[in-house]
Design a protein around this ligand. Structure first.
Ligand code: PLP
Length: 396
């Protein structure tokens, strides 16, 4: 007898993966250039030159240590370099001992959730959310995910709804800013209000409520928007970070968990993160890319093409009647669909080979996610098709 739950997880591909596969099939029929695949969030700008230089510099070093295991939490010099970079940017005073290096944000989140989850615990997730959170919380950590509906007007936080979701079982609240899929960046006011609410609830329930801040898009912001550094506002924060997006390295699998010393039970919490990584069999993060990330600390891919794409798509779609909150970060647009049934809308869009993901997958039905990490030309050619699709609804 196999674990049927895992069999089901393996067999049920996410809608995003389904669309991606469908796009490949359509490309074989109509040609790759005629499929407008906005389904997946794979960075399409190259890693900065510094990454290549770092790889070459590391490759010229000792070939044994280059590919060897590191400490489970990551090489000490790499962790120190990354902590120093955070300190420079955010005025903090972390040491490398606050960092646990991981295979990307997915592994960081899994370690963080499993480090803190006890039987009966609830994790509050704010919609719209990255769908894999539910997988990591429920199937990975064995906790319950409690979804808070989105604040549609601006994709900040609906604090009344959040407050209703908090109770004595709440172990953590999961936030993601800049957000996938909405592109919203939480304002300082939002973060302050969130911190104040959670401090009140900690006092009321007499135990820590951790704020798990998932930040793979931290540096991908437009128009000079500032992303508040959450641990500077709320002590009981655990940061999960990734270089998948900021350095365009999603396949290399490198990121970290930051357990700030200010967090409740921080020494045990850090040990628990290491313990979770051990239980998951992670051993250590990819050693070459630990060092590459350390050498490239503070660098970001050239994201100007994302801004061009955002502007083109936002202006184009809103001028033809689509309604959308202007994203300030990440590389997603999250407009409302032209009918309440977002799945039906996304199915209809396929007629034009426009591949967009239903908002329901992110806990926000009535929306579609458009990943604009594509060639600008793809967007230029897709806009008339979005217009034709909109016309169909006017004629209905
Ligand atoms: N969190 C969010 C919000 C994401 O969008 C993604 C990937 O798209 C991840 C986590 C996982 O990223 P990684 O590639 O670092 O595992």
């Amino acid at each position: 007898m196999l674990n049927q739950h895992m069999v089901a997880l393996g067999n049920n591909r996410s809608t995003i993966r389904e669309l991606f596969e469908y796009g490949n099939q359509r490309a074989a029929v109509v040609g790759r250039e005629n499929v407008f695949d906005f389904s997946i969030g794979n960075p399409n700008v190259p890693a900065p030159d510094a990454v290549r230089e770092a790889i070459l510099a590391e490759a010229a070093g000792d070939p044994v240590s280059l590919h060897g295991y590191t400490s489970a939490q990551g090489a000490a010099d790499a962790r120190k370099a990354l902590a120093d970079d955070l300190n420079r940017r955010f005025g903090t005073s972390y040491t490398g001992d606050s960092l646990y290096l991981t295979a990307g944000a997915a592994a960081a989140l899994s370690c963080a959730f499993q480090a803190i989850a006890c039987p009966g615990d609830e994790f509050v997730v704010l919609a719209p959310y990255f769908p894999e959170y539910l997988m990591f919380i429920e199937s990975g950590a064995g906790a319950k995910a409690v979804i808070v509906p989105p604040s549609i007007a601006d994709f900040q936080i609906d604090f009344d709804a959040l407050e209703k979701a908090l109770n004595a079982h709440t172990k953590a609240v999961v936030v993601n800013s800049p957000n996938n899929p909405s592109g919203a960046v939480y304002s300082e006011q939002t973060v302050k209000q969130l911190a104040a609410l959670l401090r009140d609830k900690e006092a009321q329930y007499g135990h820590p409520i951790y704020l798990v801040s998932d930040e793979p898009y931290r540096e991908i912001v437009y128009d000079g928007v500032q992303v508040p550094f959450v641990p500077n506002y709320y002590d009981d924060t655990i940061v999960c970070y990734s270089y998948s997006k900021s350095l365009s390295l999603p396949g290399e699998r490198i990121g970290y968990v930051l357990v700030p010393p200010q967090a409740a039970d921080s020494a045990d919490l850090y040990a628990a993160v290491c313990g979770a990584g051990r239980a998951l069999g992670y051993v250590c993060a990819p050693s070459l890319f630990q060092r590459v990330a350390a050498r490239c600390a503070g660098q970001t891919s050239d994201i100007s093409v994302y801004q061009t794409n955002r502007d083109l798509l936002y202006e184009g779609l809103t001028s033809m009647g689509y309604s959308c909150v202007k994203p300030q970060g990440a590389f997603y647009l999250f407009p409302q669909t032209l009918e309440p049934d977002d799945r039906a809308f996304c199915e209809r869009a396929k007629k034009y080979d426009l591949l967009v993901v239903p908002g329901a997958d992110f806990g926000a039905p009535g929306h579609m996610r458009i990943s604009y990490c594509v060639q600008t030309e793809t967007i230029r050619r897709a806009l008339p098709l979005f217009a034709e699709l909109a016309k169909e609804y006017q004629n209905d």
